[in-house]
Design a protein around this ligand. Structure first.
Ligand SMILES: Nc1ncnc2c1ncn2[C@@H]1O[C@H](COP(=O)(O)OP(=O)(O)OP(=O)(O)O)[C@@H](O)[C@H]1O
Length: 274
């Protein structure tokens, strides 16, 4: 469904001692993502994960190579096709507070993409907003409130409702659980899993968190300095990732804490989440 073919992207950063510094954010990446699956991109900070996500939905343009969605290249498509591709691919970001206009009521936040892409009547929009709030587990009354009245987890549900409002096929989930506490992370991942099945969605899941990736994703690629350096086709193979960059990520994970461990180390009890 999605194909990155030898994709590279460089950014020009400011001058240092009179010289221009370029950052090679993505280096000759080739990947394929199957329809209805969740493909995880992991890697240390600055390894190029978000840039790949942005290249997919057309927020960035590759310097070299092609990004194809169902065989179409967004950057070569005509106006109408580009519009359709933009509808089919949505993104949800890490920080829901900065992704939502604080001066807009939540019903308008959710309705915004529908107003851009479709010609619905006001009554149709109201009905759809109601259904979307219900789909992400929020009360209809939330539509009349503003972003500051919600917790991070609730607001992330709202940005997810906005992303699915126009019936996308692919959603880039860019560190969507990172700013949330562990229990809220789990509830958001469960919601995303249910929506994936109900709406037949394909996800590009960008994360540092290998525990979450193991539970949530089907395949994983490890990025290091813009390059894909490791790859696992199946969740059961995640522990066999061998590249030093993968090992660093695996070793940097907190262990999953068991009841036994809590009892053995009561002094650290305050650190554990049951
Ligand atoms: N618009 C930009 N202008 C200049 N440099 C950029 C831009 N976007 C990204 N970069 C640089 O490209 C590299 C890759 O950034 P990217 O955000 O894709 O990494 P990442 O793996 O998503 O990191 P993080 O996990 O911290 O978000 C970094 O060195 C970053 O500073």
């Amino acid at each position: 469904m999605i194909e990155f073919v030898n994709v590279s992207k460089q950014f020009r950063e400011g001058k240092w001692r009179g010289r221009k510094n370029n950052v090679q954010a993505v280096r000759n990446v080739s990947l394929q993502i199957k329809q209805g699956t969740c493909f995880a991109l992991v890697g240390e900070s600055g390894s190029g994960k978000s840039t790949l996500g942005k290249l997919l939905i057309g927020l960035e343009k590759p310097d070299q190579g092609r990004v194809l969605f169902q065989g179409c290249n967004l950057h070569e498509a005509g106006r109408e096709e580009r519009q359709r591709l933009r509808r089919d691919m949505q993104i949800v970001f890490q920080d829901p507070y900065s992704a939502v206009n604080p001066r807009m009521k939540i019903r308008d936040v959710i309705a915004e993409p529908m107003r851009v892409h479709f010609q619905y009547s006001a009554a149709e929009i109201n009905e759809k907003v109601k259904q979307l709030l219900e789909a992400v587990g929020l009360d209809e009354k939330a539509g009349e409130q503003y972003s500051h009245q919600f917790s991070g987890g609730q607001l992330q549900r709202i940005t997810i409702a906005r992303a699915i409002s126009i019936g996308p096929k692919v959603i880039v989930l860019d560190e969507v659980i990172n700013s949330l506490d562990v229990l809220v992370q789990i509830s958001i991942l469960k919601l995303l899993k249910r929506l994936q099945q109900e709406l037949n969605l394909t996800y590009l899941f960008i994360s540092h968190d290998l525990h979450a990736v193991k539970w949530f994703a089907d395949e994983v690629a490890v990025l290091d300095k813009g390059e894909v350096v490791d790859f696992a086709h199946h969740v059961k193979d995640f522990d066999q990732l061998t590249h030093p960059a993968s090992r660093r990520l695996i070793e940097a994970q907190l262990p999953i804490v068991t009841q036994q461990a809590k009892e053995e180390y009561p002094v650290k009890k305050g650190l554990y989440v049951s």
